[in-house]
Design a protein around this ligand. Structure first.
Ligand code: ASP
Length: 343
């Protein structure tokens, strides 16, 4: 007799756990102890499922780095008692949370699957039902006695993604997420087809929880005509330690000397600047492909390769929180720690 996998479902808020208040007709979170009323087929799942609410339940727009640390700590504290974790989360910032968890949980060797829905569970056409049931099945799946997907993932509308590779790109369709630079880890149809070659291998070392994130970073998105004042106001932010510079195409930026000198001053002042392209697909920063990016390298801006902005936020907060020096941060932005970049 094989033992059933034990799965912990952590409910953090978002659309998925809502029902319509019959009097006000507004969507409100329902107490998760009533989950079996809304999802009776949960009784049939081939796993032992437990639930925990992480209070207060939030709209994921209210997510903070402190929330990421609380969630990572909750998983860490329950790590030895479960075979896998499913996190129910609002879709708006799910890609940021997935990225943060992958850095906070070093040597993860069990699945942590984030999911949510576009329509609440209490609505008849909800996509939440399939998303929860498939996420539990994937979190419970084993191959040769080992978890099938031992990494932080997002499951949404028939697709399993590496969590630090996705972004939300649709607020209407059920397939709300996309991973332009990394293949899906599984596709769900009649069967669940795992894409084994792209799934990370289980770490043999024990799980390490990191709890320090430094929020002193900013994102500066370039656009034609960006003013010196706008740029200076970002770089003059008190305590600022790093900036994600969202550039054009394969990592290009204006070549005018005034623009370059503002960036150069910031680098000399000790601010780490990471070049991340605004292009989602095929979007890797290739410094030197065009002259417009060569100058950026020359003044000490580092390439983010094909990282998403969401993962770059988490990676920088993690490095700075861990107390890495500027030179170390610059070096490790070019190293794939959790499969977040292709190098
Ligand atoms: N605003 C909601 C949230 O991100 C949307 C959702 O759950 O999909 O919490």
């Amino acid at each position: 007799m094989t033992l059933k996998s034990k799965i912990l479902v952590i409910y953090t808020g978002g659309t998925i756990g809502m029902i319509m208040n019959p009097e006000t007709h507004a969507l409100e979170p329902f107490p998760f102890k009533n989950i079996y009323t809304h999802l009776p087929m949960l009784h049939l799942v081939d796993a032992e499922v437990s639930f925990k609410e992480m209070l207060p339940l939030i709209d994921s727009s209210d997510t903070t780095p402190q929330f990421w640390v609380r969630l990572a700590t909750l998983i860490y504290d329950n790590y030895n008692d479960y075979d896998g974790f499913v996190v129910l989360h609002g879709t708006d910032t799910m890609a940021y949370t997935a990225s943060a968890l992958c850095f906070l949980l070093e040597n993860l060797s069990k699945p942590v699957i984030l999911t949510g829905s576009q329509l609440p569970l209490g609505v008849i056409r909800t996509d939440g039902r399939e998303n929860i049931l498939n996420s539990i099945e994937i979190a419970a799946a084993k191959k040769e006695g080992k978890p099938r997907v031992p990494e932080v993932c997002i499951y949404f509308e028939n697709s399993l993604f590496r969590g630090n590779r996705v972004y939300k790109d649709n607020a209407e369709h059920f397939n709300a997420f996309h991973s332009a630079n990394y293949p899906k880890l599984a596709k769900v149809g009649v069967h669940i087809r795992y894409n084994d070659t792209f799934i990370r291998q289980t770490s043999e070392q024990s799980l390490i929880l990191h709890t320090k994130l430094d929020e002193n970073i900013a994102i500066l998105k370039l656009y034609p005509g960006i003013s010196k004042q706008a740029m200076r106001s970002v770089f003059n932010t008190e305590g600022l330690r790093a900036v994600i510079l969202e550039t054009f195409g394969s990592g290009n930026a204006p070549s005018n000397p005034e623009f370059i000198s503002i960036l150069e001053e910031a680098v000399q002042k000790g601010i780490v600047i990471v070049n991340v392209t605004q292009c989602k697909g095929g979007g890797t920063v290739e410094i030197g492909r065009y002259g417009a990016s060569v100058l950026l390298k020359k003044i000490g801006i580092v390439s983010g390769h094909d990282i998403t902005t969401e993962a770059a936020v988490a990676k920088l907060m993690y490095f700075l929180g861990e107390g890495l020096s500027n030179e170390e941060v610059k070096h490790y932005m070019g190293v794939s720690l959790r499969g977040e970049i292709t190098v």
